[in-house]
Each structure stands twice: as C-alpha cells, then as structure tokens.
Design a protein around this ligand. Structure first.
Ligand code: AMP
Length: 623
C-alpha cells in the first residue's frame, strides 16, 4: 500500500526571467516554476522577502536586508530605509519625507539627490541597485545557483516617467536586463489571474509599510487600463506603528530625562517593538508591547488589546477609505461598479482593514495570496509571458481542498494535496483486504480532515473482476487526474489483469468559497484529534489484516515452529485482539508492533515456502 507519485503536468525548466517587487519597506523576487509563479525562499526561511534597508558602515562591506534592519537601532544615521520615496525625485518633492528620515540627504548641482554616510555620497539609484542585487542573488542562490539576468520590475501606478526611468537605471546598475517595468496593481491583478476575466473594473487596495495606494483598473480582453490612482504616499503600516510608539512615549514621558526621550535609538527600539506588537494583534486579541530601553537596559512591558489598537488606528483606516472614495469617483464609477477588489501589502493583514474595505466595496476582497508576495508573483507571471511562456493556467486554478480515497477503517488516503496546480495527476497503490476478494469499493472524498466521514464524498464507484487471490496480493493502481478545467477523473486498474473502472467527478461542484474556508478552518481546529483518529483507524485496519493472515497461516505450519515462537504468537494475537477495542493510538501501535515481532519467524518460514513453491511452479494459493 501507499506508493504515491505526484506529477504536475507542466514543464519544469529553469525560468528565464524573474519578477521583482522593489518595495518601500520590503523587496521580493518570484519566478515561474512548475506552471505557476513562485517565491523562492532560501532554505530554512519562511519568507523570501528582503527588507529594503541598507547599512553603510564606515569600513567594510555594505549590508542589505535583515542584518541591516537589525543594525538600524545601533547606527540609525547610516542605516538607509524608504529609499523608494527618493527615487527619481528632487529635494523639493521630498521635503516632507525627509523629516522622518534620520540620515542626511542633499541635492547636487544637477538636481540629483545624494544620501550621505561616513563622508561618502550615494544616489537613490545606487542604493536601490544594492537592494535589487541582494534580492536577485538570494533568488538565484535559492534556486541552486540559477543564472537569471532578465527581470520585470514593478513600480506604483502613479510613478512618473522620471521615477520609472530611475527604477530602470537602478536595475541596470544591479546588472539586470529589464524586460519591462509594470504597475504594481496590474501585477497584483495578474497574480490573481484577473487578466483572464472577460472584463470589468478592479480596485487594488495596497497598504504597505509607508504608503497607501488605491488603483482602479479596467480589464478588457486581457488588457489592463489604469482608470484612476489615488492614495497617500505618507500613510502606511509605519503610521499604525506610530500610534503604538506614542503609547510607549506617553508611558515614558515622566520617567525619563528629556535627552533620553529624544534619543533616536529609543525611537527606533520603540518602533520595532510597536511593529511586532501590531503584527501579533492581527493574529491574537491581545499582545504585549515590550521594549528594552537602549540607555538603561530596563524593560518596558505594556499589554495592548485588539480593540484598543483598532480605536487608535480607526482614523488612519478612514483616511484610506476617503482615498478609495476619491479614486472610484475619479474613475467615474460607484463602489458597486467594482467587480473585484485585490488586497496588497502587509498592512492588509490587519483584520479591521479587511473589514473596512469589504464594507466599503460591498464585496469580499481577494486575500487568498500572501499580500506581501502578490506583486512579485504577478511580476513573475509577466516575466514568464515576456520570455515566451504561455499563460493558459490561472494562478488560482488549484485544487481548493485535498482529494483522496476512503480507506478501510474510514481514514482518508490523500492522493492530491490541496493547492495543487491543475492539471495534475497522482497514483496511489491499493490492495485487497480479504482472500479471494473480487471487487473493491471506492469512495472519493474532498477535504482536509483525516476521516472520510468529516470530508465531502464526491462519488463512489466499484472495481469488479479482480481475479481471486490471497489478501494483499492484488495490485490496484488508483489514478486521480484533474484536468485544466478542474474535472476529476478517477481510474482504478488491477495491474495483473488490466481490469479497470473509472468515474468522472467535478471536484469543486457545489462548494462555495465560504464552505472551502470553513472546511480549511475545521481541519486546523481538529488537526491533532483527526490525526489521532486517523492513526487509530489505520492501525486497527492493519491489525485486523495481520490477525487474519496470522491465524490462517499459523494453522498450516504450527508444528513446524518451535514452542516458544508459538507461545509468543498466541500472546501477541491475544494482545492485538484486546487492543482492537481501544482507540488509543499508542496501545494499538504497541499491539501492532508486538504482533509483527512475534510473527517474524512465521513470516520467514512462509517466505521460504513461497519461494520453494514458486520454483516448483505451484500457484501461491496452493502453498
Ligand atoms: P509592505 O510594504 O507591503 O512590505 O508592508 C509592510 C508593512 O506591513 C509593515 O508596516 C508591516 O509592519 C506590516 N505588516 C506585516 N505583517 C503584518 C501583520 N501580520 N499585521 C499587521 N501589519 C503587518
């Protein structure tokens, strides 16, 4: 039992181009692999994203990414962040931004901004190139040293020509061959496969770390048009953090001397602690805001509830909705004219943000993909198309829940995992349970739970005409094939005779997105319990089969075994029979292992006889 092979029916060649989301806070690369866009994560990392932060030390190599971000607290003046705000801009454009940036920025005679660190000057293009290089090399390295020079890079829809050109120049400095610069909202829509929609209006709500963008797009025959853009270049997750930083400063204002209160290191420590607390509040109703004061090393701990946080950020969320209102109206539309809403940016994980956007547009926004990855994924789709790849698959064309078969004892053997890109196929091997069994019933189920009764049955069919043979000898290959339209065909074939039976089923038929969501949630809630139940069901089936086989074989050869072995086997049979009335996985496992160990000499004897009878040309069931 249990040989399983999963083949995704798509080419598996090394990608020719990557998509890069060069973000204000974080940057990320994705490639097209196995028929879909994918963020390649370095081994042991849960995310492939690189903080868009650069540490420029007095001596030694520049550091980009997580390490630089971690150092920000020690050396804030030489740790550069939010560089995207300065890309392609002049000093006048960014005067407001500079107030919140702790590093010095000047303008040269040609009107180009220069960031100063340790007596050296860097342009925003050079610094952006460092980020691009880091993202690019991490992606190539994670792909086993692949060499990918071509890239599609995303920019905000409102970027003007100079800003787009500056992005292109940064990529060139990083040694990349830019295939195209595309708009971030377009990329996000591509990731969700909305280019395949016949037509309609799309709102892309992008709330990142430092910026809020709302874009209204229309899609017609796969072509995106930007109808309106809006937002606020100074509104984002950082402002949400600031509401918590204020909480910290309020708490400290009477406890610390003024100069300590104004220490940039304290502000950075508070910002990092606030962000951590904010992210936890997206998952939990309450979280701790904890920071170590840089000068004294003392600890500050504050308990914050989600409600408290939501109250503090309500005005910020309302500002984003005002932006939405304006953009929809600029596009000459009403919120109800928007057919799809796409959520982008880490801050859209905040439950209050999701709720507010859903209420504003009167529809559930797309949040199925990771909001940090969706732009890079879309850029990878575009990169794939531009390098000659076809796009006949939607990213969302994946199996929404696992597909499998009910096995003896009511457990589920999952054959196709949830989120497998279609078309796909997988084959699992089964066998007969009883001697001379000539038929097998198959129950095809869909769901994440471990027991068939907790999943949804999609259909049942029977394989008949299996020639009589001892239990466990038949080899029945059950093949699941999901075609590009999501149609599932299950075929069972007995290998020795070629007898076959099959059934066509529609895997998602009748399941609403909400039902899928509920089933997924349930599978998480019940995961441990289900695992235990499924393990027990599987063990009981196995023990049942072992008992039948042992009793049957023992009858004919008992006198060929020594007395001690027979006693051991009898004891193990008794223990196994007793264990069958228990549902404790540990008891069942011990009984199964005990039976296997005790019947070792019996199995050896039988194998010996099978080998001899095969040589003598006898049928196995005559042994
Ligand atoms: P981005 O610019 O899209 O990379 O978004 C970064 C912003 O998302 C930062 O302000 C993060 O603090 C914020 N963020 C990331 N994860 C979460 C989360 N789970 N809850 C709230 N905000 C988050």
């Amino acid at each position: 039992m249990g040989y399983i092979e999963l083949t995704v029916l798509n080419n598996n060649v090394s990608p020719l181009a990557m998509g890069i989301d060069l973000g204000t806070t974080n940057s990320l690369a994705a490639v097209w692999k196995d028929g879909r866009p994918l963020v390649i994560k370095p081994e042991g990392h849960s995310s492939g994203s690189v903080p868009s932060v650069i540490l420029l030390p007095e001596q030694g190599e520049n550091t980009v990414g997580h390490a630089a971000r971690a150092q920000a607290i020690v050396d804030p003046r030489n740790t550069i962040f939010s560089i995207k705000r300065l890309l392609g801009r002049g000093l006048e454009d960014v005067r407001e931004d500079l107030k919140s940036l702790p590093f010095p920025v000047v303008e040269d005679a040609a009107g180009v901004l220069r960031i100063q660190a340790h007596g050296k000057e860097y342009t925003p293009e050079e610094l952006s190139a460092m980020i691009l290089m880091r993202v690019h090399s991490l992606c190539c390295r994670s792909m086993g040293g692949a060499e990918i020079q071509k890239a599609v890079i995303t920019v905000p829809a409102y970027f003007d020509d100079t800003q787009r050109q500056a992005t292109r120049d940064a990529a060139r400095l990083a040694g990349l061959d830019v295939l195209r610069i595309i708009n971030e909202p377009t990329a996000a829509s591509l990731a969700y496969g909305l280019d395949q929609n016949a037509g309609g209006n799309i709102a892309v709500y992008d709330l990142g770390g430092g910026t809020f963008d709302i874009s209204i797009l229309s899609i017609e025959d796969g072509v995106f048009r930007v109808l309106a853009t809006g937002g606020d270049t100074r509104l984002g997750g950082d402002d949400f953090d600031r509401t918590l930083v204020d909480l910290v400063l309020d708490e400290l204002k009477d406890k610390l001397p003024r100069e300590e209160l104004e220490d940039p290191a304290l502000h950075l420590a508070a910002r990092l602690a606030a962000e951590k607390c904010k992210c936890e509040l997206s998952e939990h109703p309450e979280a701790e805001l904890h920071l170590t004061l840089p000068q004294s090393g003392a600890h500050l701990r504050l308990q914050v509830t989600r409600e408290e946080f939501q109250e503090r950020v309500a005005a910020l969320i309302e500002r984003t909705l005002q932006g939405c209102r304006r953009a929809v109206s600029d596009a000459g539309l009403e919120p109800s004219d928007i057919a799809e809403v796409v959520m982008v940016g880490g801050s859209t994980r905040i439950p209050a943000v999701r709720d507010a956007v859903a209420a504003f547009f009167g529809r559930l926004p797309h949040t199925e993909l990771n909001p940090d990855e969706v732009v890079a994924l879309g850029a990878a789709v575009q990169a794939h198309i531009l390098t000659g790849g076809s796009r006949d698959l939607l990213l969302m064309d994946v199996t929404p829940l696992a597909l499998g078969l009910e096995t003896m004892g009511g457990a589920v053997a999952k054959v196709i995992a949830r989120n497998s890109t279609v078309p796909c196929q997988a084959t699992e091997g089964f066998t007969t349970y009883a001697d001379n069994q000539t038929g097998l019933d198959f129950n095809i189920v869909q769901g994440e739970r471990e027991l068939a009764e907790d999943c949804r049955s999609l259909g049942k069919f029977k394989l008949t005409g299996i020639p009589p043979m001892p239990a466990g000898m038949a080899r029945i290959a059950v093949r699941f094939h999901v075609d590009a339209d999501g149609l599932l065909k299950v075929t069972a074939r007995e290998e020795s005779t070629g007898v076959m039976a099959s059934i066509d089923v529609e895997p998602k038929h009748g399941l609403t997105d909400n039902q899928v969501e509920t089933m997924l949630k349930e599978s998480l809630i019940y995961a441990r319990e289900d695992f235990e139940k499924s393990r027990s069901a599987g063990l009981k089936t196995e023990i049942g089969g072992m008992l039948l086989a042992t009793k049957k074989s023992l009858a004919g050869v008992r006198d060929l075994l020594d007395r001690e072995t027979c006693l051991d086997i009898d004891e193990a049979i008794e223990a196994a029979n007793k264990a069958l009335s228990s549902s404790d996985g540990k008891v069942l496992q011990a009984a199964r292992d005990g039976l296997e160990q005790a019947t070792g000499p019996l199995a050896a004897l039988l194998m010996d006889r099978v080998a001899r009878s095969a040589l003598a040309g006898k049928r196995l069931d005559e042994v």
